[in-house]
Design a protein around this ligand. Structure first.
Ligand SMILES: Cc1cc2nc3c(=O)[nH]c(=O)nc-3n(C[C@H](O)[C@H](O)[C@H](O)COP(=O)(O)OP(=O)(O)OC[C@H]3O[C@@H](n4cnc5c(N)ncnc54)[C@H](O)[C@@H]3O)c2cc1C
Length: 384
């Protein structure tokens, strides 16, 4: 960006993290992105390397093997993932920013010690399974059942669209422990896939974008889970736990949207200064320069807004409405920006080897997952 602006939450330590993350990703991730897209998942070895480099569970306390940082650390890592061209393809947002935090917030000390250090090292990949074929936006209507027996919980049901679902060794599953109790009948049960009879992964789903991210169907047919794998002291707390964590999940999506907006403006500005038509640089056409001027302005507005949200999260008071505003507005802006920028590349914008084409398709899902943008507006409108 031409405008000098530094996020108020940045500091020297985060600058060091940024430069070491950038070096690591350029060396260990960038050369492999195409093959990960081809195989529809990131190599397990990359998770382990990211763990060794301190890029996993950066905001989890060091006593559990994490980096001892905050959402600011997760933000820097997310921004660098976007910059290196893998962005939302690497399922670290779900793994470090979400699943690890459910365990930190609701897990017992024994559960934290058991799972978090292996998540921080990349040995154990995390997933969060809420959505089902018949229930996405309307989470209260999930049908997966967890029945308490003397030997633990028996799970029956199906989940779909689960990020990291193929690779995950640890899956937090939203299930009904009391189907008659509405929202109060939902519990979160941790499935350790290595020892779970009755658990099965379905297809790695074919998607139009976000190709290197594995997205799975999961099946539970009398799947046995030890009773101590429930998150929280009592049954029935799951819905409230999800509602409490969703603002940060939405913030993380919005953070990656802003990083993508900034990158789109940056690479498009560079392109239109080089490419010529009718004997002039593309930037010399007023349509091009005005449209980019508008997008650069919006990128700065997006940055200032996201910094406000990050600061609220750092202070521990990011509310549902603000997080919902950030998620819908910034991901809508991301899609619009990718579309306008792609147009400036002409035919090259439609070619896979030009990053803007991937940014265009990847932007689309940001308006759907983590709660659709329509649901964000429902949440905002409820508080008008
Ligand atoms: C790539 C990808 C990764 C995902 N990862 C995960 C994951 O890791 N874990 C997980 O649990 N889920 C995941 N999801 C699922 C995602 O969260 C859901 O797709 C999303 O919440 C929408 O649910 P749905 O697909 O069932 O759509 P529906 O709920 O059927 O909605 C369909 C349409 O109706 C609209 N609509 C629904 N209700 C209302 C309403 N009250 N008012 C206005 N409009 C409404 C929606 O906005 C949408 O446009 C992922 C999805 C994708 C595509």
């Amino acid at each position: 960006m031409t405008v000098a602006y530094t996020s108020p939450w940045m500091n020297e330590e985060l600058n060091i993290l940024r430069s070491s993350a950038r070096k690591f990703l350029e060396k260990e991730f960038t050369p492999h992105i195409e093959s990960w897209i081809e195989q529809k998942c990131v190599d397990k070895a990359a998770w382990l390397k990211a763990g060794s480099a301190g890029l996993l569970c950066a905001s989890i306390p060091d006593q559990y093997g994490g980096g001892g940082g905050t959402i600011a650390h997760e933000t820097v890592i997310l921004e660098e993932l976007e910059r290196c061209g893998i962005g939302i393809h690497f399922g670290n947002t779900i793994h470090s920013g979400i699943v690890a935090h459910y365990i930190l917030a609701y897990g017992s000390e024994e559960q934290r010690q058991r799972w978090l250090p292996r998540m921080a090292s990349g040995e154990l990949i995390g997933a969060l399974a809420m959505s089902e074929p018949g229930a996405g936006s309307d989470l209260k209507s999930i049908r997966t059942r967890a029945v308490r027996t003397p030997s633990g919980y028996v799970l029956n049901g199906q989940k779909t669209f689960i990020t990291n679902g193929q690779a995950a060794g640890l899956i937090i599953v939203a299930a009904k422990t009391d189907p008659g109790a509405g929202a109060k009948g939902v519990s979160l049960i941790v499935v350790e896939t290595a020892n779970c009879d009755g658990f099965r992964r379905g297809r790695n789903l074919n998607k139009i974008g976000m190709q290197a991210s594995d997205t799975a169907e999961l099946f539970f047919d009398d799947a046995h889970v030890p009773v101590e794998n429930i998150l929280g002291p009592d049954e029935g707390g799951g819905f409230a736990q999800m509602m409490a964590q969703l603002p940060v999940e939405r913030l993380l999506i919005a953070i990656s949207a802003v990083a993508a907006i900034e990158r789109a403006v940056e690479i498009t500005s560079a392109y239109v200064k080089e490419r010529e038509a009718f004997g002039r640089k593309l930037l010399d056409f007023q349509n091009t320069s005005f449209k980019l001027a508008e997008r650069a302005t919006e990128a700065l507005i997006a940055r200032v807004f996201i910094d406000y949200c990050i600061q609220r999260a750092l202070a521990g008071d990011l509310d549902t409405v603000t997080a919902s505003m950030a998620k819908w507005w910034l991901t809508d802006k991301q899609s619009e920006t990718a579309d306008v920028c792609l147009q400036m590349f002409g035919g090259y914008g439609f070619m896979e080897e030009y990053p803007i084409s991937r940014m265009y398709v990847d932007s689309r899902v940001q308006r759907i997952y983590g709660g659709t943008n329509e649901i964000m507006k429902v949440l905002i409108a409820r508080h008008l």
